[in-house]
Design a protein around this ligand. Sequence first.
Ligand code: ATP
Length: 634
Amino acid sequence: MTRTTSAPRAQDEGPDLEMNTVKSAHLANDIVNSFGWADLNVVVKDRKTSAPLSILSNSSGFARAGEMLAIMGPSGSGKTTLLNALAHRVAAAGATTTGDILVNGQKVSLQTLRDLSSYVEQEDALIGSLTVRETMMFGARLSLPSTTSKKEAFERVDNLIASFGLQSQAHTIVGTPIKKGLSGGQKKRLGIASRLVTNPKILFLDEPTSGLDSALSLEVCSYIKNIARKYKLVIVASIHQPSSATFQQFDHLCLMSGGRTCYFGPVSGATRYFGRTGYPIPPETNSAEFFLDLINTDLDKNGEIVRRTDDICKSWDTAEERTLVSQAILKSREGSAGGMSHYAVDRPSRLMVPVVLLRRSWIKSYRDIMAYGIRIAMYLGLAILMGTVFLRFQAEQKYVQPYINAIFFGGAFMSFMAVAYVPAFLEDLSTFRQERANGLVGPLAFMISNFIIGLPFLFVIALLFSVVAYWLTNFRADASTFFMWVLWLFLDLLAAESLVVFVSSIFNVFVVALAVTAFANGLWMCVDGFLVPMDILNAFWKYVFHYIDYQAYVFQGMMVNQFQHGVYECDGTSAAGYQCSYPSDINGEGKFRGTDILRQFSITTGLQGTWVGITIGIIAGYRILAYLALVLRK
Ligand SMILES: Nc1ncnc2c1ncn2[C@@H]1O[C@H](COP(=O)(O)OP(=O)(O)OP(=O)(O)O)[C@@H](O)[C@H]1O
């Protein structure tokens, strides 16, 4: 077994940990002595045949406080299924899980396990624009009870930063697509450290080394091992093809293939076990790689590996080592003193969570130009474009249609461009999912903070756009009309963003969310009363969609804003005769009223307040539906 010398850094950082021991006593686990599971089975409905399919069979295992367990196996062997089942998460879509999960030999409920553990997903959902310290601080604020003082929270955070060797990066941002921050290994360490701030006794890690080279994998695993030892945590990690040195960091191995156990026991005993059962490891071979090759049925060409794997699983069923696992579980059950079912941790107050999320979103919004910066720039560019194309219109007949076009284009295109918000919202959603799965954030807190944080930015966009485009185009020049226009634009943007939130909460895939939002915008444009005036819009579109179309109310509102007062000149002259396109009682004077224009579009005046109310109702409707989508997608 070769052990690389590259970067077992946690050992180098040993003194750091020592120094932190006293201050970070909160991390020490004096509650969980052992974690085990017995006869765990997961059955799903087969995708093809719909028949019951077992994807995890009779799995049992055991680990003590301070130990690190690796769940290893080829791709599709059931590692994630087992890890999820152990963490009381949905093991696989539509799965039925049976068996016992034991803490200190006692069966525990989902809530108790949630309170005792944390789960670090393979894809971290760190917020790129936050620094290391901010990430940890927000993690602490979301998980520690409100009674924890600021000083204590800072102390915990700083200790963890030190324990994971991130002191020099404490004020470095995680990294965004346009601004580099932490390295891959540092991000992994931060992801784990930020979950430890919640003070878990058991830590589940889904492939903590994925995407890292062997040196960084070793570095990450050595940090985890040191933390496990120091604070007596139980660490359960799924792992894919570790290097020899990384493999040796683990105490126990759970080797799986096709949902069945091939071996469970000390890493140091695996070589002996396989040697004894007829599969000795050739010298100078990476043992992890050797075990995986033995049972990787994907590589099978002539049925040999399938037969061999079956043989290995059958040998395990009668192995002496398997009896040892059963005995350890039995012993823990017998020694169980009770009390686990009453374990509960204090969490921050319900009111505190949206406040913390708001503060975090605020930092992200002003620091990450992907969130709002790019959209502000885009809308400003659009305002200049619109203002210079629809330039200096006059109160004359030839400008009426361009005025109406400008009103339609402003409202519709502003709304359409809200699709630019899809990626930022999906990123927030993925952070939310992980925090929700760890019991930190609920859908209501997430929805409230997401709504509130958008308000100032959308208002700034509406105001900036109007300041540029409104006056260049020469819309009605008085303050109340201008601010009414700003209000309509603001509501338009808010409704469009709410639509994005609703659609993306249902369709979490970027391209799908983008396509559905764009389609919905196209639909709203078609039925808003501009392209086809309401009196000739066919009944289906009018009664099914027009009345729930926020763009219709924005269009009507802006039209009334512009045309409810004022008189326009017809074409022609008194000498040559007037040509008036809008019938009016003042056509004889070569004029028509703005209200004559509105009549052609079947738009009534005096309803602006009602329309504002309906638009706010539509915004609320989208937000409530988005909230329900999140609740139902649990
Ligand atoms: N509904 C289903 N029908 C058929 N097979 C299923 C179903 N659900 C899950 N599986 C299979 O169960 C197996 C276990 O999946 P799991 O994700 O746990 O494997 P894994 O070891 O974590 O794989 P990887 O390393 O590739 O992430 C896979 O082969 C998967 O295809």
